[in-house]
Design a protein around this ligand. Structure first.
Ligand SMILES: [Zn+2]
Length: 332
């Protein structure tokens, strides 16, 4: 049991910091639309009769991942409350909140364009036959299960036909029509209702792939990471503005406008972010939606100046704008 006792060896101060984050993470309030679904699954948790294969269906932003995370936490928590809320304090909750629980395995598509490959499913074969390390069950969460390629789907079917007794398979998918009927027949299905979220970043796909805006948008992850680093004081306003000076100010403002708008919407509806969206999660946690809204105003002012050919120093203008991302809320 390599993780046994690990939690206790962490210094008390760090443990307290982690605990507060963990509680926030695992005690996230469920989306109102999911309360009835939570009530439906509560007896499964209470009576410890979780089906071995579950399929959770819902739109990309239906908060599936958060819900399933909470479900797994409740199943594994050793001190869960009467209402099946994970305690956020036991070793299991702590390991899960840090994404290092040895009995929870995640599988997701290998890249945005590619589906889940057969090798990834076959890779599970040795894992799932290992006995649980901390708990009595092992949870295998397969994200975007509707993107299994045909070989992967057949490999998964073989596993689901004779699953190890200690394993629970949780498949997340947007639609059931892309899954093999033989897989569907082995899974207990749950359907999520959730808010649909506009995706402003998709606007880039309407641009000519050779255009500077399309090309710049391909670097959105790096741009977002730089913004996070800026807010966390890992990079200065001047050096970031210098880095982006190779692009036209108009294009940079356009990308910042889309990223900022998307972050505001994601924060306001507390949209689900999958593990692939760790960067978005980081940005939304760091940036306050009210301040982001001010940033949109500033971007609009700069764009108007450019449109009206008003003379300005591009570097200074960008630096001034970037300072707004670093600003803290002053209570106004
Ligand atoms: Zn717990």
């Amino acid at each position: 049991m390599p993780y046994a006792g690990h939690w206790k060896t962490i210094c008390p101060q760090l443990r307290r910091t982690l605990l507060s984050e963990i509680c926030m993470d695992l005690n996230l309030e469920l989306h109102p639309a999911h309360l009835s679904l939570w009530k439906t699954i509560t007896p499964l948790l209470l009576e410890n009769r979780i089906p071995q294969s579950l399929l959770w269906l819902g739109q990309a932003h239906a908060h599936k991942t958060l819900f399933v995370r909470k479900f797994v936490a409740a199943a594994l928590c050793t001190k869960k409350e009467k209402d099946i809320q994970p305690c956020g304090e036991c070793q299991s909750c702590c390991l899960l909140a840090q994404d290092v629980h040895p009995d929870v395995l995640y599988l997701k598509p290998d890249g945005q364009e590619k589906g889940i490959k057969a090798e990834q499913i076959r890779g599970l074969q040795t894992e799932i036959f290992q006995t649980p390390k901390c708990a009595t069950q092992r949870f295998i969460i397969i994200e975007s299960a509707d993107r299994l390629n045909v070989y992967a789907a057949n490999a998964l079917l073989k596993i689901l036909e004779e699953p190890p007794i200690h394993c629970v398979f949780i498949l997340l998918a947007e639609q059931s029509s892309s899954l093999l009927p033989t897989i569907l027949s082995r899974c207990q299905r749950f359907v999520f209702a959730g808010p649909s979220l506009p995706n402003y970043l998709a606007l880039a796909s309407y641009y000519d792939p050779a255009s500077s805006r399309f090309v710049l948008m391909q670097q959105q992850e790096a741009i977002l990471e730089s913004l996070c680093d800026l807010i966390e004081d890992k990079i200065s306003v001047c050096s970031l503005a210098a880095q982006w000076a190779t692009h036209s100010l108009e294009d940079v403002l356009w990308v910042l406008y889309l990223l900022t708008s998307q972050a505001i919407v994601s924060s306001l509806v507390k949209a689900e972010m999958s593990r692939e969206d760790a960067l978005w999660m980081r940005f939304c946690k760091l940036a306050n939606p009210v301040l982001l809204f001010f940033q949109l105003d500033k971007i609009n002012v700069l764009v108007r100046k450019i449109t009206h050919n008003i003379n300005m120093n591009s570097t200074l203008a960008l630096e001034h704008l970037l300072l707004g991302y670093v600003r803290k809320m002053d209570g106004r």
